[in-house]
Design a binder for this molecule. Structure first.
Ligand SMILES: Nc1nc2c(ncn2[C@@H]2O[C@H](COP(=O)(O)OP(=O)(O)OP(=O)(O)O)[C@@H](O)[C@H]2O)c(=O)[nH]1
Ligand SMILES: [Mg+2]
Ligand SMILES: [Zn+2]
Length: 309
């Protein structure tokens, strides 16, 4: 039997069969990906072959080849990675200007990673109902910045069941696709999921008043079937470890930087100190946003660091 992994638990997973029947399965054997150590061999979104034993237990015996997968590297030096999900069509990144505040570095790292995986990203600004006047200006500027880079951008109130944009997401953007919801803890991923389904599918949590951050309410990825398509709720992430990017390919994943890099004097320009750098000139002339260039530099810095580690 072939089924779809919709949830991973401590030592097994839930597998959904063709007709919607769900079975709890154990994992048999070693399915690790060559070259990277992962904490979970089987991920939400995987298509797997299962076998039922005579004692009634179900076992995953094989994983179908993955179209793609998104990993999160652990921040310590162990180099272990966690597969957030497999076989996804698009990622929806939820961000908030405040309560909690999402940094532009985080947004840009996420977008760069999705470019590297060639998975389309949608940027959703949430909690627009609780923005101050100043924060609204920040919102407008950021929406304009990313829309100009040709990202699909939305501003929503996830806990409002009547929000027109939430309904649009449901009808036009999420239907017929496998969408991964991602973002920092507390930005409202689970809230959006509940609103999309019109009922409480999963638990949501408060924002800590002491540090203005989420409290990691969702702890495992889980996939929920829409009329046609799936939405995957994931635990909040702090950082999104870049895939192993080479120093000289980081600029490929920043659309506007890549476009201008062809005008740099040197083919292998990294846009640091090189003479005749069209990218730095564009930053100075505010054609490229300083925040984007800073994010580029921060990923480049990481590449250097891991090279000497
Ligand atoms: N005012 C306001 N509050 C919201 C909105 N969306 C979510 N919240 C609140 O924000 C808090 C956190 O929401 P969650 O949905 O649990 O956040 P999450 O992203 O799933 O967090 P983790 O599971 O920890 O990663 C809850 O108290 C929600 O009610 C919104 O649009 N406006
Ligand atoms: Mg959650
Ligand atoms: Zn350059």
């Amino acid at each position: 039997m072939i089924g779809l992994v919709t949830k991973t638990t401590g030592n097994g997973c839930i597998v959904r069969l063709d007709l919607g029947e769900e079975r709890e399965c154990y994992i048999k054997g070693n399915f690790r990906i060559k070259g990277i150590r992962t904490t979970n061999p089987v991920a939400v979104g995987d298509y797997v072959k299962i076998e039922e034993k005579s004692d009634g237990t179900n076992w995953i015996v094989a994983i179908q080849p993955r179209k793609n997968y998104i990993i999160r590297k652990s921040t310590n030096l162990s180099k272990e990675a966690h597969i957030l999900a497999a076989n996804i069509d698009q990622v929806a990144l939820l961000v908030t200007i405040n309560h909690p505040s999402t940094s532009t570095t985080f947004i840009d790292r996420f977008l760069a990673t999705s470019e590297a995986y060639a998975v389309p990203a949608i940027l959703i600004f949430n909690k627009i109902d609780i923005l101050s006047a100043d924060e609204k200006v920040v919102l407008e500027n950021l929406m304009e910045l990313y829309a100009n880079l040709h990202y699909e951008v939305y501003a929503i109130q996830a806990n409002d069941t009547c929000d027109a944009y939430v309904q649009e997401l449901k009808r036009k953007i999420f239907d017929g696709k496998v969408t991964l919801l991602s973002g920092n803890s507390g930005v409202g991923k689970s809230t959006l999921l509940n609103t999309l389904f019109g009922k409480q599918m999963t638990r949501t949590g408060e924002i800590s008043s002491s540090n203005n951050k989420g409290v990691h309410t969702t702890t495992f990825s889980e996939m929920y079937p829409l009329k046609d398509g799936y939405v995957i709720d994931t635990p909040g992430i702090k950082g999104f470890g870049s895939v192993d990017m080479n120093e000289d390919e980081v600029d490929h994943y920043f659309r506007e930087i890549f476009a201008l890099s062809h005008n740099c004097k040197y083919d292998d320009c990294k846009h640091l100190e090189e003479p005749g750098c069209a990218v730095r000139e564009a930053v100075e002339n505010q054609i490229i946003a300083k925040s984007r260039f800073d994010s580029y530099l921060s990923i480049l810095g990481d590449c250097k660091e891991s090279k000497y580690r």
